[in-house]
Design a protein around this ligand. Structure first.
Ligand code: NAD
Length: 466
């Protein structure tokens, strides 16, 4: 009789590998099916390589401004092959580590494409051309997502690229247009301009960074413009016409833009079609997302779906959280659903953006009467020391019946290392702490994180510096 697993996980990205690791740590017997390398988009074509390249841009900026600190260095230049080699070294190190962790926990990894067959069966097309059926008591679908494309911009790897291709460029173009100013578009635009590429950033909506607080997005806009990014919002691109080494992008009702490369970053779509769900009863919505309830159960008993495959924020850490929820549910433990309105957000463009909870706009829309406090990094000692004084911390609190600020509903930050400062803000929001409770705690001095403490303290009506 075929080996029976407790859980068969389809897809080895952050959702799938976290389910495998967490499940195995709880003693479950797990099979993990992955068609490429474990680690998925995040490790091989997403978060990790993108942040690695942004770190090269950071080093470049630091060297370019070294003279301000009394350090003389020659003007920086970038050798992309070495940048890419370092990026690959980081990826490979993490990939080997992840494989080791999975093996150490006795997870059976099957290299191939998995197709759900109903019940607890998953058929795997193995790399050697053969097929194997894997049986599980339960199944977790975690096949992730792929970049969306738009009409008129077929991805050809020469002129039109998605994040997949940008992350393995072998030479920097002189000019590039980025279509879509979401997290991916802003991170690439930021990297490219910092390493000397002339960048045009084209966004369909009136505002960049959807879902990000307007005050925070405006700081990014100002910095992008100051660094020479030609940012155009509210535009409609209709197609492009190659002409030798460049291509001309047509924009409805506006002048066209000629560039060497076009980066399309207009969102990602779920990769559900290759899972063979037709006829299995697993419900998929009109956009291709697998439908789930709040503990990630699909409508078919014994089958869960997590990560970018479901219509929740497409973030690796959300996939981790969903993996834990699904495994706890499989174990019969009380699984606390993910609170999607309060997940942390971290965007690594320069300046960085980080947030948790309501923006001022969304809090008002949700019917809250709010009190808001904003403090700028230019008043923070450490920010001046590191030479990055652009940015702010904004705290949104609920207004109590006495008119005073009460529960912290949201924290939104833009500026130096805010992705690393978000932790205590995230805890405050998710612990449903009040401004009085948080203001009581001491922030070390001099640190960037003092600005969060200061912003909260101001909401008690008695600030120190602000
Ligand atoms: P996104 O949905 O965040 O942003 C896409 C942007 O493209 C939007 O601003 C949208 O208005 C714009 N757009 C769509 N069609 C357009 C068109 N035809 N012309 C011009 N603009 C158009 O998607 P993304 O940036 O591609 O990222 C995909 C997913 O991955 C998102 O969920 C994102 O949050 C996530 N992600 C997160 C991070 C991070 O948090 N650091 C990094 C990368 C990706």
């Amino acid at each position: 009789m075929a080996e029976q697993f407790d859980v068969v996980v389809v897809g080895g990205g952050p959702g799938g590998y976290a389910a495998a690791l967490y499940g195995a740590a709880a003693g479950l017997h797990i099979a993990l099916i992955e068609k490429e390398k474990v680690g998925g988009t995040c490790l091989h074509r997403g978060c990790i390589p993108a942040k690695e390249l942004l770190e090269s841009a950071h080093v470049f900026r630091t060297v370019a401004h070294a003279a301000e600190f009394g350090v003389d260095a020659s003007a920086p230049t970038i050798e992309l092959a070495r940048t890419m080699a370092r990026k690959q070294q980081v990826i490979d190190g993490l990939w080997k580590g992840l494989e080791g962790l999975l093996k150490g926990r006795k997870v059976t990894i099957l290299g191939g494409t998995g197709r759900y067959r109903g019940g607890g069966s998953v058929e795997v097309d193995l790399a050697d051309g053969s097929t194997q059926t894997v049986e599980g008591r339960t199944v977790i679908l975690a096949s992730g997502s792929v970049p969306r494309t738009i009409p008129g911009f077929d991805v050809d790897g020469r002129y039109v690229l998605t994040s997949d291709e940008v992350l393995s460029l072998d030479a920097l173009p002189k000019t590039a247009a980025v279509i879509g100013a979401g997290a991916i578009g802003c991170e690439f635009a930021s990297f490219l301009v910092d390493v000397g590429v002339k960048v045009t950033l084209l966004e369909g909506l009136p505002k960049i960074l959807p879902g990000v607080d307007a005050d925070v997005a405006n700081v990014v806009v100002r910095s992008f413009k100051k660094r020479g990014i030609d940012l155009r919002t509210g535009v409609r691109v209709t197609g492009h016409e190659p002409n030798g080494s460049t291509t001309r992008i047509q924009i409805e009702g506006a002048e066209s833009v000629e560039v060497e490369k076009v980066v399309v970053s207009v969102g990602r779509r779920p990769l559900s079609e290759s899972l063979g769900l037709d006829g299995t009863g697993v419900e998929v919505d009109e956009r291709g997302f697998v439908k789930v309830d709040d503990t990630c159960r699909t409508n078919v008993p014994g089958v869960w779906a997590i990560g970018d495959l479901i219509a929740t924020p497409q973030l690796a850490h959300v996939a981790f959280a969903e993996a834990i929820v699904a495994i706890k549910d499989i174990l019969g433990e009380a699984a606390v659903p993910v609170d999607y309105g309060r997940v942390p957000l971290a965007i690594y463009c320069h300046p960085e953006v980080a947030s948790a909870g309501h923006s001022e706009e969304s809090a008002r829309e949700a019917g809250y009467d709010v009190v808001v406090s904003k403090h700028q990094y230019r008043g923070n000692g450490r920010a001046l020391i590191v030479g990055e004084a652009d940015g702010l911390v904004k705290v949104i609190a609920a207004k109590g019946p006495d008119g005073r600020a009460g529960q912290i509903l949201g924290v939104h930050m833009v500026g130096p290392w805010v992705t690393e400062q978000l932790g205590q803000a995230y805890l405050s929001v998710n612990w449903e702490a009040t401004v009085d409770e948080v203001a009581h705690f001491i922030q070390p001095h001099p640190t960037l994180s003092e600005l969060f403490g200061e912003t909260v303290m101001a909401l008690t009506g008695r600030g120190l510096h602000g």
